[in-house]
Design a protein around this ligand. Structure first.
Ligand code: ITT
Length: 196
């Protein structure tokens, strides 16, 4: 089975690829010959994910594929950076700048709880399906580790003493929001294959 994954984020591709069975072949945007800024104009993960995959299916003349929109949500910051996580500190989309911005906004906050959320939008034979995964945790006082991407060095998932930045991919996948959403996607595709 072939599915296009509508993302320009290579780290997302690596993480999702590591979770999929061999029978599921991911087509990346570069493999499809597509090089575009994918629009993310909305204030919800669902709407952004939906518009990303719709745009890419239109451009590739394909029927089936998925995208994901994700972000870090911090209750003490009224759920920021949220859907704006990728460019929180500005259009340069720098992980280091985004981390510094969050740490400075969190300097005097007693509540350091946070969660990552991923929403996958699958368009499958003309129907739209959403799968969401959440990972609760804590914003650390300073970055730790150089693994992963985005806010990984400052996010410690509940149940671990390490930040995502200190984990390898296998370890991150034990906790990750993305893993939870991808597992639902895999289950859906298994059922769909059985029915076909
Ligand atoms: P596409 O839209 O092309 O998929 P993107 O990086 O712009 O790629 P999003 O708009 O979904 O993706 O932004 C998600 C941002 O949230 C991402 O750039 C990181 O800053 C952050 N993020 C999401 N998942 C994360 C994770 O597992 N670890 C660390 N940061 C993460």
């Amino acid at each position: 089975m072939e599915l296009i994954f509508a993302t320009n984020n290579k780290n997302k591709v690596k993480e999702v690829q590591s979770l999929l069975p061999e029978t599921l072949q991911l087509i990346t945007l570069s493999e499809a010959g597509i090089d575009v800024e994918i629009p993310e104009p909305f204030e919800t993960l669902e709407e952004n994910a939906h518009t990303k995959i719709e745009t890419i299916l239109r451009l590739t003349y394909r029927t089936n594929g998925f995208s994901e929109d994700s972000g870090l949500f911090i209750p003490a910051l009224q759920a920021r950076p949220g859907v704006h996580s990728a460019h929180y500190a500005g259009p340069q989309r720098s992980d280091a700048d985004n981390i510094q911005m969050v740490l400075s906004e969190m300097r005097n906050q007693a509540d350091r709880s946070a969660y990552f959320q991923t929403t996958i939008c699958l368009i499958w034979n003309g129907e739209t399906h959403f799968f969401t995964g959440t990972c609760p945790g804590t914003i650390e006082m300073a970055p730790r580790g150089s693994g992963g991407f985005g806010y990984d060095p400052i996010f410690r998932p509940d149940g671990s003493s390490s930040t995502f930045g200190e984990m390898d991919l296998v370890e991150k996948n034990r906790y990750s929001h993305r893993k939870k959403a991808v597992h639902q996607l895999i289950e859906f595709l298994r059922e769909a294959e059985k029915k076909s």
